[in-house]
Structures are given as C-alpha cells and as structure tokens.
Design a protein around this ligand. Sequence first.
Ligand code: EPU
Length: 423
Amino acid sequence: MSKLVVTGGHRLIGRIRVGGRKNSAVAILPATLLADGPSIVESVPDIQDVSVYCEILRHLGAKVTHFPVRDSEAPRVMIDPRGLAQGTPPESLAGKLRASYYLLGVLLARYGQAEVPFPGGCDFVTRPIDQHVKGFTALGATVKVEDGIVKARAPGRLVGAHVYLDVVSVGATINIMLAATLADGVTVIENAAKEPHVVDLANYLNAAGAQVKGAGTDIIRITGVTRLEGATHALIPDEIEAATYMIAAAATDGDITVENVIPKHLESVSAKLAETGAEVEDNGDYIRVKGNGRPRPVAIKTLPYPGFPTDAQEQITAMLTVASGTSLVTETIWESRFKHVDELKRMGAQITVDGRMAVVEGVTRLTGASVKATDLRAGAALTIAGLMAEGETEILDIEHIERGYERPVEKLSSVGAKLRKIP
Ligand code: EPU
C-alpha cells in the first residue's frame, strides 16, 4: 500500500482536464462482449478499475488492445470478443471491483449461464444485489449464491419481461439492460435509474445494433435482438472527477477551470458550491470555480440523478468542515457512507453522525494528521482536507484513490498542490 503526503495551505489555480467516466467504462467494457465483432471504446480513463476490467476480459478470451496515446488524444481500447470462451472471471480480479457483476448480465445473455464471484469494490456499506437477481429471474434465469460465487442459469435464450425495480438502482438497471439486449422479446424496466452513464451504455448498445429506448427516463424499453455488431463509442466525461476538482477549488480558495465536462450533469454540484459562496461559471465545455474565502454552511441531501450525487458527498463534507457555521449532510442512497468522518475528526473536524445524517460544525482550520483512505471517495475527501489543512497530512492506502482517479498527483500538482506519493 502506498501513501500520499499532502502539504496544505496552497490555493489551487489553473486548469484540469477530466477523463472518461469510470462508471460508464466499467459498464461498457463488459458490454462489448455481447457483440460478435470488435468494438473501440474511446476516452477510457487511465484508472485501476479499467486495468482490472481489461484483465478480466482477457482472461475470458477477448483480445484487448490499448492504442498508444498521442498528445491530443484520449486513450482508446479495442476489445475483440471473437476468442471469447465461456468461463468464470477469477476471484482475484472480480473481487477487486463492484462492476464485475455486469458480467452476470452479459454472460447470461450470451451463454444462458454465468458464474461470477461476489463483487468487490468500495466496502463502505453492505451492497445487496437483490434487484439484479429480481431482473434476471423475471427474464427466465435461476440465480443462487454458492461459496461466494453468484451462479445464474437460464434454460435457453432469456425471454423479455416487465421488471419494476423496488429501489432506484444504477447497477440493476444496467445489468438488466445488458441481459435483455439479446433476449427474446421486449423487456420493460420501470423505476429505472436515470444516471447519464445509463444513457451512455444505451448509446453504445444502440450503436452496436441493440434496440434500447427511454434510457435517461424512469422507463426503459429493450427489444431483444439476435446479435450485435461491434461499435466505436466515446465515453462521456467523469462528472465525479470533475465535481472533486470543483470542490477542491472552492475548498482551497482557489480558481480552477475544469475542462471536458458536460455542465448539465454537474448542475446539482454547481448549485451547491454557489450556495457556499463560490463563484461558478459554466461555459458549455468547461466549468470554472473560484473560491470566495470561508465557505458558508449548507444542507446537502444525496439523491439519485439529477439530485446531488452520493459519490461527491464525502468530498463536499470535507470542505464543509471549515464552513462558517453548521452544515447538515443527509445520505439517502447508502444506509451509511460516513467512514471518512472519523478520519476528518483526526484532523480537527467537528462532525456528529446520527444514522443517515452528519452534522458538520465548521471549525476555523483543519490540521494535518495521519489518516486512512477507507474507500475511493473517502480518499478524495481526505485529499481535499489535506489541501485545506495546516501542515502535512499523510493519507494511507491511496490505492483506493487510484481505482477511480486518473493520475491524481499529476493533475493536482499541475494546479499548484503540494503532494507526493510514497510507495
Ligand atoms: N440496492 C438494493 N438492491 C440492489 C441494488 C441496490 O437495495 O439490488 C440499493 C443499494 O443498497 C443502495 C441503492 O440501492 O442503497 C443504490 O444502489 P445502486 O445499485 O444504484 O449502486 P451501484 O450500482 O452498486 C453505482 C456506482 C456507485 C454509486 C451508486 C449510486 C458503479 C460501479 N458504482 O453503484 O459508485 O455510488 O451507483 O449512484 O457504477 C463510486 O463511484 O464511488 C461509487 C460507489
């Protein structure tokens, strides 16, 4: 495990370009296995979750080629599934990321059976998959978990069905879409997730020959087809990477222009930062955030898209530790996502957690301490806290950060942050 040493107290000023969306990449990379021919995925972020997924695809028999990146180009990956053999991804890889469960939908659609080790990923809370199972079952599969492996089997081709999700689940929406793409007949997903990466996946699938309608609304209709061609598809930008740097700008009283964003996807974050007193300028292709001294306290409630994203909650909580009053942070997506709070308290933050709510009493400053990145976004939150704090902060277990952030040390250093990675 490596650590990050951050020297706080420097305003971040400059430009940062965000990469392709992690949560699109980890859905579209496995989706390419549904096709009979090769696909090219563009703007693939250079993060550990993508490397692990590419390893899994290779293990299953697909040919994965990374194109060399030239200055002006985003990274591209070609996946050729023609050598695909029915197999099980190894636990050592599948256990590293949550999104390995998308292979259930994909392999079930292709082979009528799938065995995937129970998914890993951020371990901030118990993460059930009952809604995925409900969807697969409706499509005709039987699903059981044995010895830590999820085993799904269908007697033949999956059959389209009506699925009403009991909770709005991004993962279940995506997994059922993947399975239904090659099913016989029409599948309707009601109470579907509306996140932009659900739309991104639908756009890839449709480009490859699928018939998916309604992605981005809460009813998605998939008419099954017998085969998909490959397609070339560019991932949408990562709105959580963008949100993290926007918050870092406001938190350090800095001035950062975040490039390669879709501002519409960031409206809830932009609006909340403006409420804290930051100046937020949306210019179509980029968003500029200028800090304005000590942030004002605000109330945050995480919600499914287009509400405030849970994946930016930990970062904005870090910023609110130094607000000029008391902020309330309510987490409605995950039953508890407050592991970062104990670490922030080591730095002098005053936070009380009661169930799904954190009461953050602003202090005048944080002080550097030794803290632990317990998960991906907690790591991002502690980095922001370290950038605001007086003195040096040592963040342990930063592999969590590298799972989902592309070259964070390089990007932050380019805007004046003082931080170094120590392997
Ligand atoms: N849920 C169920 N049953 C299910 C599935 C979900 O009860 O079968 C519940 C969960 O417990 C949670 C809520 O539904 O309370 C939402 O979970 P969802 O399924 O939407 O989450 P996910 O698909 O597992 C994705 C992202 C997460 C992000 C959530 C919410 C990926 C790989 N992960 O997870 O991203 O927090 O959606 O937006 O797409 C991150 O990037 O840091 C991250 C954790």
